[in-house]
Design a protein around this ligand. Sequence first.
Ligand code: HEC
Length: 213
Amino acid sequence: MVIRHKIRIAALAAITTLASIAFAPPVRSQSSTAPQYTADGKLVTPTGFETWVFVGSNLGLGYQKELPVTTAKESAQADTQVFHNIYINHEAYAYFREKHEFPELTMLVMEIFTAAGKEPKGVVTAGVYNDQRIGLQVAVKDSTHPSKPSNSPWAYYIPQDWEDDAHHHPLLPSSKAFGSASCESCHHDHASMDHVWVQFYPTLRKLLPQAPR
Ligand code: HEC
């Protein structure tokens, strides 16, 4: 009798667990790479993006000089040839592979490294490698986020401390979105797909039908 009672309790517990799994509301799980924000609407600087999908690396790209103050810093970096290494979060990559569109909560991270040709052992005789990280920039597609600066679904962030020159503008834990004139308009006008420079990212480009590989 006691045993049968115990079995019944165990069965009930199992059913309850299954039901709670089946009907659990969708949440941004811990492992999800969706953007996170502070209470005052700043983007929490993404970490762990080294394990996202690497979409491409560009060396020494400079942008038109007529551009706003913030990008002048970038142009200056480009004069000294830097690497731009770009990653996309897994969820957005999977969606893009299927539909050729960037879904809500797409995040792209661009890490900027100096290009160095000489290393202490003197083994390298030609070419340049990624040396010191000097920058990090983030593009986020989150059209419902209240602190977005414009009607565009995209917002742009540079989580770096520009006041601290001595330490290569160290990373900040969070940052505010830039105004749309500084960042969004050039991406809107010239990037090949939905504000993203797919034309420069071979990993995304090759997913498109009839795209050059
Ligand atoms: C004049 C054009 C221009 C402006 C203005 C501009 N960008 Fe970009 N951005 C580019 C180009 C070109 C790329 C292609 C990748 C590269 O630079 O290697 C790019 C790539 C990026 C990427 C990689 C993901 C993507 O969207 O393709 C991020 C992140 C980014 N920019 C952030 C910013 C931020 C933040 C600002 C404003 C402070 C900004 N950009 C302003 C031209 C621009």
